[in-house]
Design a protein around this ligand. Structure first.
Ligand code: FAD
Length: 306
């Protein structure tokens, strides 16, 4: 059996594997797609100490760094069930392939995915005007016109954040009112360069073949179609944690995130979790790496005590 079995090969899982392997313990990583969301990212400018890099390049470097150590990487494998053991006993992870792996401790780092609108043009213009992370891509739209799709807390926070950087923000909400906290709504309404449109369904992302030039929405009361000219669209309609396979005794939050404490421990002894799949606030590469590190050191601490 493994001493530490990491499920997920994004920044959190890679950091966890490296820290575990450096303790000289038997470490394995199961990943559906090594690199995770980083593979879908173009420019990365907030990975501190690296002014600029690109997703596929960083993903390759993550994998190379893990391969510097004796880590058993099982890429292109999907975990389908976790069967927790007794405290101090062995946990089992079943794979979709039918195989089963056993480990004294587990680190869950299966990440998350941004919910998409599903509107025509969204996929085509992803990273070419369609963005999901204002902390990451906001500065690229300095002085430009943008929209934020979604009037929940994350959408309204994104709109407030962007309003300080871009020329103009149009916030589009499907419902007939915003769902964000009142204090955020008040802040948003106080900003001069923000327009709020409610009861609106985004029907299409418009572009010139190269990049976004606008969006089309339908007024849900009159059913009329309208067009907004702009350069960027931030979709903020939810980040979905990859925990569908983890139903059972593992404690999840109302949003399906794995609940962890400050040490990355879950409610199950010997089972730790890190990164976007957890309740940790702020989903970023550098945060996920720090969290993976904490989970690995906590797993090591657990192993020497049991
Ligand atoms: P992920 O990167 O999501 O990795 C999860 C891993 O788990 C993957 O290997 C996946 O294949 C695997 N997995 C999932 N389910 C299973 C399963 N059942 N079995 C086995 N393996 C599984 N952050 C920044 O800091 N800066 C940026 O500029 C930036 N830009 C971004 C741009 C885009 C388009 C996106 C989508 C995200 C961006 N982010 C950025 C966010 C950043 O990518 C994430 O915060 C980070 O990747 C989270 O790392 P993670 O390891 O927790 O999860």
């Amino acid at each position: 059996p493994f001493d530490v079995l990491v499920i997920g090969g994004g920044p959190a899982g890679a950091a966890a594997a490296i820290y575990a392997a450096r303790k000289g313990i038997r470490t394995g990583v199961v990943a559906e797609r090594f690199g995770g969301q980083v593979l879908d990212t173009m420019g990365i400018e907030n990975f501190i100490s690296v002014s600029h890099t690109e997703g596929p390049k960083l993903a390759a470097q993550l994998e190379q760094h893990v391969r510097d150590y004796e880590v058993d990487i099982m890429n292109l494998q999907t975990a389908s069930a976790l069967i927790p053991g007794e405290a101090g006993g062995l946990h089992e992870v079943k794979l979709a392939s039918g195989a089963s792996l056993k480990a004294k401790s587990i680190i869950l780092s299966t990440g998350a995915r941004w919910r998409q609108m599903g509107a025509p043009g969204e996929e085509m213009y992803r990273n070419k005007g369609v963005a999901y992370c204002p902390h990451c891509d906001g500065p690229l739209y300095k002085g430009k016109r943008t929209a934020v799709i979604g009037g929940g807390n994350s959408g309204v926070e994104a709109a407030i954040d962007l309003a300080g950087i871009v020329a103009h923000v149009t916030l589009i909400e499907y419902d007939n009112q915003l769902r964000a906290d009142a204090v955020l709504q008040a802040k948003l309404r106080s900003l001069p360069n923000v327009t709020i449109i409610t009861s609106a369904l985004t029907t299409e992302v418009l572009g010139d073949g190269e990049k976004v030039t606008g969006l089309q929405y339908q007024d849900r009361t009159t059913e009329e179609l309208h067009q907004v000219d702009l350069e960027g669209i931030f979709v903020q309609i939810g980040l979905v944690p990859n925990t569908e396979w983890l139903q059972g005794p593992l404690a999840l939050s109302g949003r399906g995130e794995i609940e962890i404490d400050a040490h990355g421990a879950t409610n199950l002894p010997g089972v730790f979790a890190a990164g976007d799949v957890t309740t940790v606030p702020y989903k970023q590469i550098i945060v996920a790496m720090g969290e993976g590190t904490k989970a690995a050191l906590s797993a090591f601490d657990y192993l020497i005590r049991s």
